[in-house]
Design a protein around this ligand. Structure first.
Ligand code: PLP
Length: 444
C-alpha cells in the first residue's frame, strides 16, 4: 500500500509534461487518469514520477502520430501484402488527389441526375478483357463472396480438391463457401483432377463449377488439372455456371520476364469462363479492389444483390483504378505501373543504381546480387535476379529498427548477419531518400 502512495496525482503528472503536446487539456487529463489507474493495479512496480510522465508523453504521442506511415519497400518482395501490396502509379496517385472533393461517382453529369455507380470502369475493363460487362467491389475476397451469395446459396459448388485452398489471413475457400450458404462438392484428388470428375459430380442442385487459382503454392510432378475449355464445355452442356477466381489476374503476360505464366484474364474469358474475378492490387498494380468480368446478365444480377451495397468501392478507389487501367489501354503499363516497372527493370539497370548509391555510402556497405520475389500471392517460388545494398552488422536487427523508425520508414530484410536493401522493390525516385537516411543513421 505504501508503494501506491508513491503514485503522483493526475495534476502532478500533467504538470511534469514538457508542454509540447498539442491536445486539449481534458484529453491529457483523461489519458493521465487512465495511466495512473493501470499503474495502481501493479503496486509492486510503480515507476518514478519522471518515468510516469514519460509514459504519458508516449501515449499522447500515439494519439496524434499516425501508426500508418509511408514506407520505402526494400524487402525485395514486390507486392508485399503487409506493406499494402501494389505501389500506385503517378497517374493513380494524382487521381486520388483530384477526386478527394466532390466527384460524380453516382451522378450523370450529362443528364444532371443520379447516375450509375458502376459504369466508370466498365468500358475500359470490357475493352481490356473482352468480357461483356464488369463490376468492381472492395477486394477479391468480397468478389468471391458476392459470386457465391448471388448464384449458389442453398446449392452445390464443385471445386477440385487441389483448389480448395487457403489464400492467407485465414481466407479458406471451403470456409467462404460455407459462410455464403453454398455446399462445397470436392472432386478429384489433391494432385490430379480430370474433366470427367467434374462432370460426374453434377446434380440438379449444382449451381457452379468454381476454379480457384493456386496462387501461393505450387505442386509439381504427377499432376493434372482439367482445362478451362473442357470445363466450359461441361458447364454449357449441363447449364451450370463456370466461375474462375484467377487471384492475381494479369492483363500482361509475365512469361516475358522469364516468370511462370499467371492466368491472363482475357484468355480465361476467351476460353469460356462465364465470370472471372481477380484483385486490383496484385498484378493489376492498382488500388485494393475485387474485379469481376463476364457475361452481362450475370453481372447485372451481381449488381442487384443486396450485399453489393456493403462491398462497393468509393470514388477514390474508382478514380485510382481507372487511372491504372488507362496505362494498359495506352500500352504503357510497363513504363507507368510500378509493379511492371519493377518486374521489367533490367539487371544491368539495377546494378548501375546500386553502384551509384554505394559510392555515396560509408565503406561498411557493399553491393551484392540477390533474388526478389513477386509476393502478394503471385508466382510462388519464382524469383527475379536483383542487386541489394548490404550492411554486415553484429546486430542487423538494431540497424533495421533504426531504418524502420525514421522518416521515410525503410523496411529491408535480414539475412546472413547483415541488413539487405533490395533495389528491385524500390522505385528509383526513392534512391535519394534512401541515401540520406542511411547516411544519417551511420553518422549518428
Ligand atoms: C489473393 C486472392 C484472393 C483474395 O484477394 P483479395 O483481393 O486479397 O481479397 C482470392 N482468391 C485468390 C485465388 C487469390 O489469389
Amino acid at each position: 500500500m505504501n508503494a501506491l502512495r508513491r503514485l503522483p496525482s493526475v495534476d502532478h503528472v500533467v504538470g511534469l509534461l514538457d508542454g509540447t503536446i498539442d491536445l486539449p487539456h481534458s484529453i491529457i487529463v483523461h489519458q493521465a487518469r487512465q495511466l495512473l489507474d493501470e499503474l495502481r493495479r501493479t503496486p509492486d512496480a510503480i515507476p518514478s514520477h519522471e518515468q510516469i510522465a514519460a509514459l504519458l508523453q508516449q501515449r499522447l504521442q500515439h494519439l496524434v502520430v499516425p501508426s500508418l506511415r509511408p514506407v520505402i519497400n526494400a524487402t525485395g518482395v514486390l507486392l508485399q501484402t503487409n506493406l499494402g501490396r501494389a505501389h500506385l502509379s503517378n497517374a493513380a496517385q494524382l487521381a486520388l488527389h483530384q477526386h478527394a472533393g466532390a466527384a460524380s461517382i453516382e451522378y450523370d453529369l450529362e443528364k444532371g441526375q443520379r447516375g450509375e455507380r458502376n459504369h466508370h470502369v466498365t468500358n475500359v475493363l470490357t475493352q481490356l478483357t473482352g468480357a461483356e460487362a464488369a463490376v468492381v467491389v472492395n477486394n477479391n475476397a468480397a468478389a468471391v463472396l458476392l459470386l457465391l451469395s448471388t448464384f449458389a446459396v442453398g446449392k452445390e459448388v464443385i471445386v477440385s480438391r487441389g483448389q480448395a485452398v487457403e489464400i492467407g489471413g485465414g481466407y479458406r475457400i471451403p470456409d467462404v463457401l460455407r459462410q455464403s450458404g453454398a455446399t462445397l462438392v470436392e472432386v478429384g484428388t489433391t494432385n490430379r483432377t480430370y474433366a470427367r470428375d467434374y462432370e460426374a459430380a453434377i446434380t440438379e442442385r449444382t449451381a457452379m463449377i468454381l476454379r480457384v487459382h493456386t496462387s501461393n503454392f505450387r505442386i509439381q510432378g504427377f499432376v493434372h488439372d482439367a482445362t478451362l475449355d473442357e470445363l466450359s464445355a461441361i458447364a454449357r452442356k449441363h447449364h451450370v455456371l463456370l466461375v474462375d477466381d484467377v487471384g492475381s489476374g494479369s492483363l500482361l503476360d509475365v512469361a516475358q520476364f522469364s516468370l511462370t505464366k499467371e492466368p491472363l484474364v482475357q484468355e480465361r474469358i476467351a476460353q469460356g469462363a462465364d465470370l472471372v474475378c481477380f484483385s486490383g492490387d496484385k498484378l493489376i498494380g492498382g488500388p485494393q479492389a475485387g474485379i469481376i468480368v463476364g457475361r452481362a446478365p450475370l453481372i447485372q444480377r451481381l449488381i442487384a444483390h443486396p450485399l453489393m451495397r456493403a462491398i462497393r468501392i468509393d470514388k477514390l478507389i474508382m478514380a485510382a483504378l481507372h487511372a491504372t487501367l488507362q496505362s494498359y489501354l495506352s500500352g504503357r503499363a510497363c513504363a507507368e505501373i510500378p509493379i511492371w516497372q519493377m518486374m521489367s527493370t533490367s539487371l544491368d539497370n539495377l546494378n548501375q543504381r546500386a553502384q551509384r548509391i554505394h559510392a555515396q555510402l560509408p565503406s561498411h556497405w557493399h553491393v551484392h546480387p540477390c533474388e526478389s520475389t513477386i509476393g502478394g500471392g503471385s508466382l510462388p517460388g519464382d524469383t527475379l535476379p536483383s542487386f541489394a545494398l548490404v550492411r554486415p552488422h553484429q546486430a542487423p536487427q538494431h540497424l533495421a529498427h533504426q531504418l524502420r523508425m525514421g522518416t521515410p520508414a525503410i523496411v529491408g530484410r535480414i539475412a546472413e548477419q547483415a541488413l539487405w536493401l533490395d533495389l528491385r522493390s524500390i522505385l528509383p525516385a526513392y534512391d535519394e531518400s534512401l541515401i540520406t537516411r542511411i547516411r544519417e543513421i551511420e553518422s549518428a
